[in-house]
Structure formats: C-alpha cells, structure tokens
Design a protein around this ligand. Structure first.
Ligand code: SAH
Length: 481
C-alpha cells in the first residue's frame, strides 16, 4: 500500500539515548529516511528501521554545515517521494533548533508533518549536574536565552507561564512589566498533548476574558509572544484521525507494541493492557523425537510458530513433513520464518481445521500448542481415529491484576475504544474492568472474537474485515469522521 509521505520533526533529547521519547522511537522505527543533526547521539539511530537511509545534515564531510535551505529542500523532496521522514534534532525541535522554520516550510509546501517534542538541554543538562532550574525560594523564573553570537534574529521574547491560569490577570500584568504590549499574541493551553487538550488564542489584552468564557480548566500553560502567531501556519500539523481518543489494546504482550505504533501513528492515546502473556517452556529432550515421528505438524497460533523454531533448532529437521495452520494470520507468521503452510484451515478456530483435515488416518500428527488450547484440535479429530499428539510448548498466562490507579482512572474517565483480538481477551477484560462512566466502543478482529465478546457482555461496534492490526484500525477509522 503506497502511503503519502510525512515528516516527523523529532526531539532526540539532550544526549542520553534513554531520554528519547517512546513516540520518537516509534517514529524512527517507521521512517524510511532519517535526517539527523550533529548533536544527536548516534546510539539513537540504532532504533531506526532496518534499511532506513541516514543523512547527516549537521556537518558535511569537509566539516561544513549543510545549509538550512538545502535541508528543507531535501525533507520536502523525500516526503513528496512518499517517504516517511524523521528529522531528528538535539533536545527539543522547537527550542533553538530551527524546527519552527522547517515546520513553516513543510506547511507551505503542503507536506503533512508532526512534531514530537524532546527533552531540552536547558533543563536536562543542569538536572544531570544536580541543578534544578527552578527552586522554591530561590528562583521563580527560568530564562532560556540564545548566545550572542548565534546567527539570525536575536530579538524578541517568549514568556511561558506555569500555574498561571488562576491568577491570569496578575500574570498578564507581569507580561506588561516584561515589555509585552496589550496587542501581543497570547495563548492558554490546557491539558497539552493529552487527549483533552484545549486552547484559547488571543492577545495579552483579551486573554483573561476569553479564557474565562471558554471555561478552561487547569492544568494549563500560558504563552505570551509573537511566536503564538505562528500557530496559524503550524497548527495544521497532522494529528491523526484518532486524536483525542483513548484506545485500550488487549492483544497479547508479544504483539502489543507493533499495534501500539500503528494506533499512535493515527493520533490515538494508547494503553497497552495485554490479556494474555505467553511463556515459552524450555524444550525437553523428547520433543525433538516427537517432531521426528510426526508426518504433520499443526500450528494453531503465532506462539506455536515461535515455539516450533525454538524446539526444532535446525529447520532441516522439518524436511519432508507437512505443516497445517489454523488460519491466514498464522500462515503469515509462518512465512516470516521461511516456511509455507501445506494446509490452511478454513477457520474460524481449530475445530474448523479439524473438520477440514486433509491428512490420512495413519499419518501421525503433532499439535504444537499452549496449555489452554491443548485439547481443542485433538479433541475434534480424535473421535475419527486420527493419531494426534498435543505438545504443550508454551504456557498462556492470564492478565495481571488491574493496577489500582489504572482501575481508578478508567472508572473515572473511561476510554473511547477497546480492541479485542481474541475471545479470551474479551472475557478476561470484562472481568477486570470497573464500572465505566460510559461503555467504550468495541473493535474485534474477526467473527469468532465477536461472538465471544458478545457472550462476555460487550456490545461490538466494529469488526475488522482483515485479521490484522491494520484491519482493526481500518474498521475503527470507518467509524471516525
Ligand atoms: N534544540 C536543542 C538546542 C539546540 S541549540 C535543545 O532543545 O536542547 C544547541 C545548543 O544546545 C548547544 O550549543 C548547547 O548550548 C546546548 N546543548 C545541546 N545539547 C547539550 C548537552 N547535552 N549538554 C549541554 N548543552 C547542550
């Protein structure tokens, strides 16, 4: 699927790779092209997608900086070629990083872009030395100022107020003392970056009145300065159609982070709450013999595929054997280890696979499975005289208990969507959740899950028509304007 290009303006943090944000890392994992600055720790680049192309735009081989216009042209060109582009800058991209200029150019060129803030050096470097940049009784003000020799404009100021909404009028009076005229653009932003972010854009003169009218609630930040005016041009950054929506993912631990990236890319606030966790058992000595004896190997989950790799050790041991899988998604996972399924069940479930079983009665079958689904396939086949041996190669662990603060938050705020990729997840999550203020919408991966979710008491809103994260996402987007 060809996607439109996009540019992420990403803060790489002050240096320590551990101070890169999760969102920045996710962007790196999807990027085709990465343009990075001199200050970016190259260790961070190790998180990029294999095959990504890197451009060092901090310094050219001769030691000269790539001119800003050239960087901008290349960003735009890459995005126009359909590339996912990460522009990685030290610290925060909008703090003395010329990120604002790049964003302006992108906006002008009509390129979709998104800003991922970073930890700025002005706060992080002092903290690393044990110096708090503000301290009660010592400092109520933090000035971030560019050095005198810096190129470009050195005039103008931005005033950012914390805890300034309750006493907004007083705060704006201080702004006057700092030399801001009543006509200076000013903004209040509440719950910034949260799903309920709101803002009031005004002038120093009218901000207090407009904020009261808009009934803005803390926490909020006040911004005073000409930079507020840039919002007109830069406020169009892509936010994704799921912006403002809380999505709970209940898919198994091993799949969860991939799903997370996809949903975050569309702007959702994602909570990962895996309802199944899988522990692979250490292969026992006799397992290899079981594989040797089998004519058919049956895999009824992605975990089964992973267990198979672990227990065979050398793929040549599978030569001459046939492999049957429960459905297409398991077949896809099997492909990732270089094996093609000889038979794909018509679905849904291992019972359907058993009903359509293509093998002869005499052929020994080995079902590589978890403790929970252990009997499902064998039970459906055995009555017909087939020789099935279930081999429990992994354990399905139930969900952990819901953390108290998570339960409280869900009980108070709820969620917009909850996603189920298995009936088990739907059942388990039903038992865990508190009383919601309002039931979330429910997205399921397929008909089996849908059936079980309904039985567990969920009202299913949408079903994917393709068994994958992308399928579920599409289904949810179809219900989102
Ligand atoms: N956008 C960056 C700042 C870019 S300007 C940010 O938000 O941090 C570059 C300046 O940042 C450097 O000249 C230096 O003064 C400061 N800086 C960046 N990383 C730093 C670090 N790890 N330690 C100390 N200063 C740093």
């Amino acid at each position: 699927m060809a996607r439109a290009g996009k540019v992420w303006l990403v803060g790489a943090g002050p240096g320590d790779p551990g101070l890169l944000t999760l969102k920045a890392r996710a962007a790196l994992r999807t990027a085709d092209s990465v343009f990075f600055d001199r200050l970016v720790n190259p260790g961070i680049l190790l998180w990029a997608k294999p095959g990504a192309v890197f451009f060092d735009v901090g310094k050219e081989p001769g030691g000269k900086k790539t001119p800003q216009e050239a960087i901008q042209r290349r960003l735009i060109l890459a995005a126009r070629n359909g590339k996912q582009v990460v522009r990685l800058k030290g610290g925060d991209p909008f703090v003395f990083g010329r990120g604002g200029e790049e964003a302006e150019q992108l906006a002008k060129a009509g390129i979709p872009f998104e800003v991922v803030p970073g930890v700025t050096a002005g706060v992080a470097a002092p903290a690393a030395e044990g110096i708090p940049v503000t301290h009660r009784g010592l400092s109520t003000e933090l000035v971030l100022k560019i050095g005198a020799r810096a190129e470009g404009s050195i005039s103008g100021r931005t005033l950012v107020g914390y805890m300034a909404v309750e006493g907004l009028r007083d705060f704006l009076e201080t702004a006057a003392v700092y030399g801001f005229s009543p006509e200076t653009p000013a903004a209040v932003i509440s719950h910034g970056t949260c799903r309920n972010q709101r803002s009031v854009i005004s002038t120093v003169r009218n901000l207090a009145k407009n904020t009261r009218k808009a009934r803005i609630r803390p926490p909020a930040i006040v911004v005073v300065g000409e930079v507020v005016g840039l919002k007109k041009r830069l406020g169009r950054q892509v936010r994704g159609r799921l912006k403002g929506q809380r999505v709970i993912l209940t898919v198994s631990e091993s799949l969860s982070s991939g799903w997370r990236n996809l949903f975050e890319e569309h702007g959702a606030e994602v909570w990962e709450m895996p309802m199944t966790r899988i522990f692979f058992l250490t292969p026992r000595g006799h397992w290899k013999k079981e594989v040797e004896k089998a004519q058919w190997i049956v895999l009824t989950s992605g975990a089964g595929v992973r267990a198979l790799t672990g227990l065979v050790g050398d793929a040549r041991r599978l030569a001459g054997k046939k492999i049957a899988v429960v459905g297409r998604s398991t077949a896809e996972i099997l492909k990732t280890i270089g094996l093609r399924a000889d038979f794909i069940g018509p679905g849904p479930g291992s019972e359907a696979l058993a009903r359509a079983w293509p093998g002869k009665r005499a052929d020994p079958i080995l079902h590589i499975t978890g403790n929970e689904e252990k009997g499902s396939f064998a039970g459906a086949l055995k009555g017909n005289g087939y020789r099935v041996k279930p081999l429990v190669a992994y354990r399905n662990e139930g969900p952990p208990r819901l953390l108290r603060p998570v339960r409280d938050a869900l009980g108070k705020e709820g969620a917009d969507w909850v996603v189920f990729a298995s009936g088990t997840a739907a059942e388990r999550f039903r038992r865990l959740v508190p009383r919601w203020p309002e039931e979330p919408k429910v997205a399921v991966i397929g008909p089996m899950t849908s059936q079980k979710a309904r039985k567990a008491g969920w009202k299913v809103t949408v079903m994917a028509n393709q068994v994958s994260a992308a399928g579920v996402l599409q289904a949810i987007l179809s219900k989102t304007q």
